[in-house]
Design a protein around this ligand. Structure first.
Ligand code: AMP
Length: 286
């Protein structure tokens, strides 16, 4: 079922809860691919009912980012969801989520602000306000859908840590289920933004996963100094890459690591042309 209003979702959820059914939520911005599908499949397996939200959330885009040109493919998204056994696809308009005139400034809207320690690093450094927008919309979706389980990809590992922290700090009764990164055979992590890449740029984009896989391989051969591990990245970068960050942080606390261990996650962001890509790897990942 495709629904566009909060009221319709609430009605459906009420019925399911009365029947004692468990509900899974997969929040997305649409342009669904196999990465999203892996979250959906997990939810359909684990929960009696699954809701997928498709919403390009304006308040998580910073000025100058790709809000207007972000791919919107609701018809295809709906087909993918239906085939995967999703019960409700919730695709609200910005007006439905943020009200008449949707005044998206924090002069007028109540925001959920995640802790600065988790935000002022990695993507949060260049995308000021991004995680406020993410936490606000995810919190709204939790209140609308009241899921027992919510599924998030490790592709956005900083986001996942921040959402887990929000759930803990605000006592939200939902279990967050982390899902592994889905990659193309080439190693490239699937992303809706890969659509922006030209054929050539897609080749350059392979540097991200190559850097991460090589660092993991160096670590497994005994190199633990993160400075030395970071140095190995330069062999994969050329004038087509603008490295935004390469950081070694604890996977749970996002504390910086000088010495890598199994719980170290390596995070990378690179701009290729106008396209900003992110990826990460846990050093103990299989
Ligand atoms: P988005 O539509 O980009 O906001 O992503 C929605 C959800 O799908 C987030 O939890 C992402 O982390 C997850 N996701 C996106 N790409 C991938 C991927 N390649 N593998 C696993 N999860 C992903």
């Amino acid at each position: 079922m495709l629904v566009h209003t909060i009221e319709e979702v609430r009605e459906q959820i009420k019925k399911w809860k009365k029947e004692g059914l468990t509900v899974g939520l997969v929040p997305t911005m649409g342009a669904l691919h196999a990465g999203h599908k892996s979250l959906i499949v997990k939810s359909v397996e684990k929960c009696d009912r699954t809701v997928v939200s498709v919403f390009v959330n304006p308040i998580q885009f910073c000025p100058g980012e790709d809000l207007d040109k972000y791919p919107r493919t609701l018809e295809e998204d709906y087909k993918l969801c239906e085939a995967a056994g999703v019960d409700v696809v919730f695709a609200p308009s910005p007006k439905e989520m943020y009200g008449e005139g949707h005044i998206l400034s924090n002069d007028f809207l109540t925001y959920v602000i995640p802790p600065y320690f988790y935000v002022n690093k990695l993507c949060g450094k260049s995308r000021v306000g991004h995680f406020d927008g993410v936490c606000t919309v995810v919190n709204k979706l939790f209140n609308i859908v009241q899921p027992d389980y919510a599924f998030f990809g490790q592709k956005d590992a900083q986001q996942l840590v921040i959402i887990r922290k929000m759930v803990k700090d605000l006592n939200i009764p939902v279990e967050v289920v982390p899902c592994p990164i889905v990659r193309e055979e080439s190693g490239l992590a699937l992303s809706s933004r890969n659509k922006y890449l030209s054929g050539e740029e897609k080749e350059y984009a392979l540097a991200l996963s190559k850097i991460l896989f090589n660092i993991k391989s160096c670590y497994s051969r005994g190199i633990v100094d993160t400075g030395a591990l970071a140095e190995t990245a330069y062999a994969y970068l050329n004038e087509h890459h603008s490295l935004e960050y390469l950081e070694f942080l604890d996977a749970d606390t996002l504390e910086e690591k000088q010495t890598a261990d199994d719980n170290t996650r390596v995070f990378i962001a690179v701009k290729i042309g106008t396209v900003r890509l992110i990826d990460n790897i846990l050093l103990s990942d299989k």
